[in-house]
Design a protein around this ligand. Sequence first.
Ligand code: NAD
Length: 262
Amino acid sequence: METGLKNRGAIVAASSAGIGRATAEAFAREGAQVAMCARTLEALEAAAADLRSRYGVEVYAEAFDVRDAGRVKHFVEQVVKRFGRIDVCVTNAGGPPAKPFLSVEPHEWRAAVDLNLMSAIYFAREVIPHMQRRRWGRIITLTSVAVKQPVPELVMSNAVRSAVVGLVRSLANEHGKDNILVNNVAPGFTDTERVRELAAMRAQETRSTPEEITSKWAADAALRRIARPEEIADAIVFLASERASFITGQTLLVDGGYYKGV
Ligand code: NAD
């Protein structure tokens, strides 16, 4: 499949590890120029150097926290300076902690909003004017299957990510006239550090093993397994590609059939 992504400028936020890292790699494989960020410089630089050496593409990396609007603005300016363009922006961050509703304090709710909603807003605000100028853009938010089916104990994630879907539909409507397509990718359980931590925590609570917890999650999906990060990345690349030129405002579940609704 010809994706038409060669030499395009793609931002992938929170990309030193996990799904973000796999997504940055998938864009590099397509020959795109890739801009990466995460909080820890060392891990980020290592990931960026790996992509440069394996794919021979330009990779720009900057360490900062995506909750910081000023740093997001600075990052986008630097990307434009280096690549001369921003065509694709994948918003991503870590996820809020798993906790039962009554033990979540108000400041923790605000932190979840900052992490998973405001960070996507900051990126969208900064990249849209550049995409408008070229009349071509793809914004893809990364959320969770929780936007269709709440995940037990992830009440903050379940609630805040649905707000991102509202944002996606609004931006898709408002900026369709600029040829900016805005979609959301919602992964099911995926084999990353975050999910391994979640499995270890659940195992402790239920006196089982992380392997048993992961097997249970796998059994809940029609495909009877959890995803590899590359499988989520491929769906993101498709939505960013020329092949997805008439898809906007949508949520694409990449969950192996975990969500069972019609
Ligand atoms: P991960 O923990 O493996 O990787 C997260 C990445 O984000 C890392 O590079 C980390 O350094 C970076 N990061 C975290 N907080 C940041 C911040 N404030 N500023 C900048 N960078 C930050 O996570 P993952 O499993 O790849 O998940 C990515 C997203 O997808 C998360 O929002 C997660 O909740 C969601 N998700 C994951 C799964 C899953 O099963 N792994 C399922 C559904 C949704």
